[in-house]
Write a protein that binds this ligand. Structure first.
Ligand SMILES: [Zn+2]
Length: 486
């Protein structure tokens, strides 16, 4: 995931940035060159840290171009928000909840393997204007055969319609429901099928987590813990399953129905509706689930991987934005080629979709084969975009694509490992941008961003280690270090 970062202030290096852009489209990137450059990177890093001459020139640049007051004020405001979210003072709505429902502090040392794993997850979404019905059919098996520990599922802002085990409706006595959990006190001790139907209200979901509707489109954001706003689930990254997703909706209002994986079936339904059935053959944690439905059009292209797989590439936007996606498509193809050349990693499905929507909480999100972006990080036209805009699009398209391996196929055990997937993927996108443009300029920009955004936070009250020992609200992990790097 990448956050939408504050516009970096124009440094004294903007002249250099322009020079770098001239070399933008004429890069070569062999493995040998890349590793030689990595050595150079380490050297230049060292020199940045050790050379007083370099440091003093940077300092003098910053004196000439101080960080604008508005940026400081935004950092302050963000800090204040974060302090509020970890404060011990309960919010009014939380105060009404019982002690059982108050969010608990999660400790790394308390990690336990799940009692149950999920094998396959078949989801059906019936999208509606008043509410949406989500049906899930999950194949569940206990970690230890014969164990019948309670199965605890997370769920927030959900209306439970029905719950069945192996086709039989459960009586209310055998499960417990509170505002954050659905607990099955005695789940079967061998493999079983769990079917849950929930009703959700995407039109009223202003958190922009889970499934929400905005500007006429349905859209999801599930990292880190948004999937629990879609259905009851073990919402943790070490629960990895194979998913299918059937999306049903009005054909006129939502002509495009997207989810993860390959499209295996689509057709018309009664009452002016239609459906699309998606299948993702790779196991994934639920934070990588995605669904988009709306009136979108696509720029289509293709990429042939080095093993000969023909991958369809589509970038979806509202019709009026389509002409501004040329650079994004160029960036995607460059990232796919670079990951093969430098890391030996090739794409593993037949289709890769990117959706750009204006109302997206994060800068961008690496959902498996359905990346969702804030429009700002996809759209560019020569009339209005600056060199920095083009560079940002290249870097973020690359970042989210590279997550396909570092984060998606190889994922986190728990959220304490967030910095592993983000740190490695940021390193990969920095290498990509360096190979595609000027390595020196890229490094100066990155170090400058660290100094302007990371250092002030690390000197303030919300400083925390890259891997804290505990958290109350997972969202706080995404500040500071990740914000400054992404
Ligand atoms: Zn990321």
């Amino acid at each position: 995931m990448a956050r939408l970062v504050m516009q970096p202030y124009k440094s004294c290096c903007s002249g250099l940035a322009k020079t770098s852009f001239l070399g933008y489209f004429s890069s070569s990137s062999s493995l040998v060159q890349a590793s030689r450059r990595r050595n150079c990177l380490q050297q230049s890093l060292k020199s940045i840290h050790t050379s007083p001459k370099y440091t003093s020139s940077e300092v003098s640049c910053r004196r000439i171009h101080p960080l604008p007051f508005s940026s400081y004020s935004r950092i302050k405001q963000a800090s204040r928000r974060l302090i509020c979210s970890v404060a011990t003072q309960p919010q009014p709505s939380q105060a009404e909840e019982s002690k059982m429902d108050t969010p608990k502090e999660i400790f790394l040392k308390d990690y336990k393997m799940p009692n149950y794993y999920f094998d396959t997850v078949d989801l059906t979404f019936s999208l509606g204007e008043e509410h949406t019905i989500v049906s899930s059919k999950i194949t569940v098996y206990p970690r230890i055969e014969g164990d019948s520990s309670p199965l605890v599922l997370e769920g927030e802002d959900l209306k439970l319609v029905s719950i069945k085990i192996d086709g039989k409706e459960l009586k209310k006595e055998v499960y417990h429901l509170d505002s954050r959990h659905l607990t099955l006190s005695s789940a079967p001790s061998a493999r079983f099928t769990l079917e849950i139907v929930t009703e959700i209200y995407p039109q009223k979901n202003t958190s922009l987590e889970g499934l929400y509707k905005s500007s006429g489109n349905f859209c999801t954001q599930c990292e880190a813990e948004g999937f629990r706003k879609i259905t009851f689930y073990q919402d943790r990254p070490d629960i990895m399953a194979k998913y299918t997703c059937r999306v049903e909706g009005d054909k006129t209002l939502y002509p495009v129905l997207l989810s993860n994986g390959n499209l295996i079936e689509q057709g018309d339904l009664e009452g002016g509706k239609h459906y699309a059935l998606w299948e993702d053959p790779h196991k994934k944690p639920c934070y990588l689930f995605a669904l988009v439905a709306g009136q979108l059009q696509s720029r289509d292209d293709s990429f042939i991987t080095r093993s000969g797989r023909n991958v369809s590439l589509r970038i979806w936007t509202p019709a009026e934005d389509l002409p501004k996606t040329v650079h994004a498509m160029y960036s995607l193809k460059a990232a796919m080629k670079w990951d093969e050349d430098v890391f030996g990693l090739e794409y593993d499905l037949d289709l890769f979709n990117i959706v750009a929507v204006p109302d997206f909480n994060m800068g961008a999100m690496e959902n498996k084969s359905l990346n969702i972006f804030n429009s700002k990080l996809v759209l560019a036209s020569p009339e209005t975009a600056s060199d920095a805009d083009y560079a940002a699009i290249l870097g973020v398209i690359g970042h989210e694509y590279f997550h396909n391996w570092t984060g998606n196929r190889v994922t986190c055990r728990d959220w304490f490992q967030l910095s592993l997937k983000e740190g490695l993927t940021v390193f990969r996108d920095q290498e990509f941008s360096s190979d595609m443009g000027s390595r020196s300029v890229k490094r100066i920009e990155d170090v400058s961003r660290l100094r302007n955004y990371q250092f002030p936070q690390d000197a303030g009250p919300i400083a925390h280690p890259v891997r804290p020992h505990s958290y109350i609200k997972m969202d706080n992990f995404y500040t500071g270090v990740l914000l400054s790097l992404s």
